[in-house]
Ligand binder design. Structure first.
Ligand SMILES: *Cc1c(COP(=O)(O)O)cnc(C)c1O
Length: 229
């Protein structure tokens, strides 16, 4: 079942890339395994996926310690400073940095274990008050300048969540906003490459708008049995 889902998603991604002339190799699929058991992760791994995303710090820590497979973990949820210690060792990429305080704690913990932690900045492109993330370009530039002074944090790009809606234009506007922001920062000399955007509901739009990291949960693992974020 999971393998079938992965085939379907992979085909859709390949088709969309083909249609717009993007290389498939530019796109990483993060299988969002939150709330799903290790058996589901093993199944997805067997089907070829190696990147997995979790949004709760302890859940990522526990799954990492119980799983015998060598996977790349992505932390994609809101991260409290006091929980950085749970995710710092296993995380390949932390997608959701939105304050200098959090960046500081990541830097301190990464230094302790001799690691340079790759991160993304979460940007609120929808303006929804329920969403975390930096609110505007000025905030992004301010925190980027700060992070560039930290030795054990490496800023790779930006992440956003579009609103959950059927309104394709509204979704697309968020993704275009994130891409434009990245392009602008690159133009003025910042070194950013990744755009983490696109979920089950909207990953095909995200591909069209330049996403390099798709975070896909329910299209791979099936509907979650709670209304999680
Ligand atoms: C849960 C979650 C996803 C995946 O959601 P689906 O709609 O199941 O694909 C992606 N990104 C974040 C930040 C999430 O919390």
């Amino acid at each position: 079942m999971i393998a079938d889902n992965i085939n379907i998603v992979s085909e859709k991604i390949a088709e969309r890339c083909d249609n717009i002339g993007r290389k498939l190799s530019e796109i990483t699929v993060v299988a969002v395994s939150k709330t799903n058991p290790l058996s589901a992760i093993r199944e997805a791994f067997s089907a070829g996926l190696t990147n997995f995303g979790e949004n709760k710090a302890q859940e990522l820590r526990d799954k990492n310690s119980e799983l015998e497979l060598n996977v790349n973990w992505h932390f994609i949820g809101h991260l409290q400073t006091n929980k950085v210690k749970y995710v710092i060792e296993p995380s390949t990429l932390i997608h959701s940095v939105d304050s200098t305080k959090l960046a500081d704690e990541i830097n301190t913990r990464a230094e302790l274990i001799g690691k340079v932690q790759n991160i993304l900045l979460e940007v609120n492109t929808s303006g929804e008050v329920s969403k975390f993330g930096l609110q505007n370009e000025a905030e992004v530039i301010e925190i980027t300048d700060y992070i560039n002074t930290l030795k054990n944090v490496n800023l790779k790009g930006l992440m956003t969540m579009a609103p959950y809606t059927d309104d394709v234009n509204e979704i697309r506007k968020c993704f275009v906003g994130l891409r434009n922001l990245k392009d602008k920062l690159v133009k003025i000399g910042y070194n950013l490459s990744d755009l983490s955007m696109g979920m089950t509901n909207d990953y095909e739009i995200a591909i069209e708008e330049g996403s390099t990291i798709l975070r896909i949960g329910s299209a791979i693992f099936g509907e979650r049995n709670y209304k999680g974020k």
